[in-house]
Ligand binder design. Structure first.
Ligand SMILES: [Zn+2]
Ligand SMILES: [Zn+2]
Length: 640
């Protein structure tokens, strides 16, 4: 019998007869490993433990400790969900059931939407299926057999018809349920112990709005009870922090059906927006040129930039009937207009890098169904920057930009991780250009000494990029900043600089954003801080409360003095009781309240209450309070 060679993660090689399963290899290594094994990684691919091994390959047993094993658990949980649904709804058609971040879903063709009671019943049935510990049995079948097995399910038949002639058709059975699937799965349903169904919602078959509406059930599954509980706590917390809810409660912004996907910013929301914008301006005071360019352009520009061909359905087109000008568009991004400005003058190599920054309004035509609060909008502004530089300047620039971005996030208590994304399938430019761009960006990234994750094929269509993901206070991650290297735009726009040799050369362009869009960043900040902004960001920094009418004037003078010092102070001299007004101030998450009674009015002091410190009060001379506020604001302190 033929022998194959498996290279284990420690570099050692095991020789086994061809046809041995991964489970048998695990057993030969140790009974403990065999018990802990979930699946195997064979030549980079995750596989069922019971599949026979047929060729030499790098080989590893995956246990619950391996992050990739969570996908196996969650996808298997999706099968168990489908098993349970079929038990309770025997005619349900079966769509797709993939693992997703933190969980899984499965789409079903059923006669009516699932109710919360259905979900409870399905969850209980899943526990039964898990308790029976049915093995997941893989079989390879031919097309005729596959069609026969799924003859009652039009969705499965459609998928079988889509499979190429050379594709292996595999089916998996767990107890009463059989599914067309590529795998991999856990060995048996009994490995599913800690799971929960979360919600159900309509979803089009294959995401196509012209196809039938299916019912999607979302769930989550974890190896450990603590992990499941922590996750459920996190989504509860996320619901409480939902920026759409807090935006209303804290009077920051609203949306109106007459302007879908475009926010109305109230006075308080505008204050938040402007404070962030002022901070970015301050950081970019040196070395950046702030510019403003038009919002509306002829299609000629978009033809040069490539947007007209590749991006038009995302743009708002405008027809001007009066002048006969047609086919104009609102800008969906700033880059092309910055390139026009750069190209309108001669630049010496001595002037590079040139850094254009802008906060102009952008429009993108998101379909109305995708709009969601401030995170998916049609109108927004970025802290956008385009840097024109020589190739030799890339390492130093990337290093500076990376530091800049990381320091910015630290101000908000957001921890960032770096991702390096390389050439995607759909791209412009030659392989040689991509080799150079990736080489330059990778070298610059490595020179920073920071760890990063490689995202193969995830780059922009015009160049490789570094993405910055941040983790918020409840452990969710958001993709925010980006540094993108672009060798293509300078060609398309014929951009040049005059080099030391007095002849013209092509610059390289870096696209850089830190917040991404202000709108989305504010949504993230609202949820990250649960609306309790640090003093420097808070739209209302101090609320001054006279105890009674007799101190209203004195309290008014406190407000006037603080406002004079640039502090956003307000007066609440309404007729409500002091306790009621304090409670209102707490609900509004104002960082400081300053109470003025007769004693304070006479002595020129205030009794301050710090947000989150309960009923503690501290009496301070007004001048000292003001100095403390200004120091905290100046330091952009996260906590008072
Ligand atoms: Zn499967
Ligand atoms: Zn750009």
């Amino acid at each position: 019998m033929a022998t194959i060679r498996l290279t284990l993660p420690d570099g050692s090689v095991r020789e086994v007869p061809a046809g041995t399963t991964a489970r048998q290899v695990a057993q030969s290594i140790g009974a403990g490993l065999a018990r802990a094994a979930v699946a195997a990684r064979v030549d980079g691919q995750v596989r069922d433990l019971d599949r026979p091994l047929t060729a030499d390959a790098p080989f590893a047993i995956l246990t619950e400790k391996d992050p990739a094993s969570l996908d196996v658990l969650r996808h298997s949980a999706a099968h168990i969900l489908a098993t349970a649904v079929r038990e309770l709804f025997p005619t349900a058609a079966i769509g797709f059931g993939p693992p997703i971040e933190d969980g899984f879903y499965y789409d079903f063709g059923v006669e009516r939407p699932f109710t919360p009671e259905d979900l409870t019943a399905i969850e209980a049935k899943m526990a039964e299926v898990a308790a029976k510990d049915y093995p997941f049995v893989r079989e390879e079948v031919d097309r005729a057999e596959a069609n026969r097995r799924f003859r009652d399910d039009p969705l499965k038949l459609e998928r079988i018809a889509d499979l190429g002639d050379d594709e292996v058709i595999s089916v998996y059975t767990d107890g009463p349920f059989v599914d067309l699937c590529r795998g991999p799965h856990m060995t048996g349903t009994g490995r599913l112990k800690h799971f929960k169904l979360l919600s159900a919602a309509g979803a089009y078959w294959r995401g196509d709005s012209r196809r039938q509406m299916l019912q999607r059930i979302y769930g989550t599954a974890w190896w450990k009870k603590e992990d499941l509980e922590a996750y459920l706590h996190r989504i509860e917390e996320a619901k409480k922090r939902d920026h759409r809810k807090l935006g209303k409660e804290l009077d920051l912004f609203l949306f109106h059906p007459f302007a879908p996907g475009a926010a109305f910013w109230t006075e308080r929301g505008t204050s938040l927006y402007n404070t962030l914008n002022a901070f970015m301006r301050e950081l970019q005071r040196d070395g950046y040129q702030e510019i403003r360019t038009p919002l509306l352009y002829n299609k000629g520009l978009w033809e040069i930039s490539g947007h007209w061909g590749k991006y038009r359905e995302n743009m708002f087109l405008v027809h001007n009937n009066e002048t006969g000008e047609q086919d104009m568009s609102l800008k969906p991004m700033n880059c092309p207009s910055h390139h026009l400005l750069y190209g309108s003058a001669k630049h010496s190599y001595k002037a590079l890098p040139i850094r254009y920054s802008t906060y102009d309004v952008l429009h993108r035509n998101e379909v109305s169904g995708a709009l969601s609060g401030l995170t998916r909008v049609r109108q927004f502004a970025q802290d956008d920057c385009h840097i024109y530089l020589m190739e030799s300047q890339i390492p130093a620039e990337v290093k500076t930009l990376t530091r800049f971005i990381l320091d910015y996030y630290t101000t908000f208590g957001l921890k960032a991780t770096l991702k390096f994304a390389t050439r995607p399938e759909q791209r412009i430019g030659s392989d040689e250009m991509w080799d150079r761009a990736e080489g330059a960006l990778r070298a610059a990234l490595e020179a920073t000494g920071l760890p990063y994750e490689l995202k193969e094929g995830d780059g922009a269509f015009y160049g490789p990029k570094i993405d910055f993901d941040v983790a918020d206070s409840i452990g969710r991650t958001w993709q925010l900043g980006t540094i993108q290297l672009d060798y293509a735009a300078p060609e398309r726009f014929d951009l040049t600089y005059v080099g030391e040799d007095n002849s013209e050369h092509r610059p390289v362009v870096i696209h850089r954003a830190v917040n991404g869009s202000f709108e989305r960043f504010i949504a993230i900040l609202i949820e990250h801080f649960a609306g309790a902004f640090p003093l420097w960001l808070a739209p209302e920094q101090v609320r001054v409360l006279p105890i009674a009418d007799g101190q209203a004037d004195a309290a008014g003078q406190v407000v006037a003095q603080l406002r004079n010092a640039g502090i956003r102070a307000t007066l609440d001299a309404s007729n409500n009781t002091l306790n009621y007004r304090i409670r209102e101030g707490e609900m509004a998450k104002v960082p400081y309240m300053a109470v003025v009674g007769q004693r304070e009015a006479d002595a020129g002091t205030v009794a301050i209450r710090v947000r989150g410190a309960g009923n503690k009060q501290e009496i301070l001379p007004l001048a000292d309070f003001q100095a403390r506020l200004l120091a905290d604001i100046g330091a952009r302190a996260l906590k008072p």
